[in-house]
Design a binder for this molecule. Structure first.
Ligand code: AR6
Length: 181
């Protein structure tokens, strides 16, 4: 499924984000940039030790990465040139500012991508694994935030959501259909 916003393609696909041939992929990291399971583990496994070495250097220089912010490293052995590491919120029931923080994670990642002149970027479904954010609610926030950003974006040509599970792809498709019928 895809939509065009301001000349920029927004695509939803099922797949493994580590296999994407794009300028940048986004990692659903943690505040310590310490690696972990889920998509974070998959990215570090596939990209090799270079990415973690850069994460550790960033962590040493600037301390923990606040939730909603983003940093960039090279892609190591990945097909993608860059990895943008952001931290989504841990779901606490929805009244602890989770939606704002999730939107901020997407915005920070997109802003960093444009600063680097990225034209193609792939996102996973941030916060909806270990961090427990309900997928339907996360999909509305993620897609709504990306659509709003794309209306003013300049270097981006394609934003791809790479959903690992077919059920999550279906949920994102329903959300996009509601936002842009
Ligand atoms: N490609 C695309 N999506 C994937 C892949 C993959 N290879 N592997 C998993 N997913 P999660 P979070 C999906 O838990 O909820 C880590 O330990 C997965 O199906 O990776 O933001 C970090 O270090 C789900 O839809 O991230 C943090 O501590 C989505 O990625 C914490 O988990 C996000 O699930 C972050 O939790």
């Amino acid at each position: 499924m895809e939509r065009i916003i301001n000349g920029i393609r927004l695509r939803l696909i099922q797949g493994d984000i580590t296999q994407q041939h794009v300028d940048a992929i986004v990692n659903a990291a943690n505040n310590a940039l310490a690696g972990g399971g889920g998509v974070d583990g998959a990215i570090h496994r596939a990209g090799g030790p270079q990415i973690m070495a850069e994460c550790q250097a960033i962590r040493t220089q600037r301390g923990p990465l606040p939730t909603g912010e983003a940093v960039i490293t090279t892609g190591g052995k990945l097909p993608a040139r860059y990895v943008i590491h952001t931290v989504g919120p841990i779901w606490q029931g929805g009244k602890a500012g989770e939606a704002q923080l999730l939107a901020k994670a997407y915005q920070s990642s997109l802003r960093l991508a444009e600063e680097r002149g990225v034209s193609t970027i792939a996102f996973p479904s941030i916060s909806t694994g270990a961090y427990g954010y309900p997928v339907a609610e996360a999909a509305r926030v993620a897609l709504g935030t990306v659509i709003t950003f794309l209306e003013k974006a300049t270097t981006l040509k394609e934003v791809r959501f790479v959903l690992f599970k077919s059920r999550d792809l279906a949920t994102y498709q329903e959300a996009l259909q509601e936002l842009l019928p």
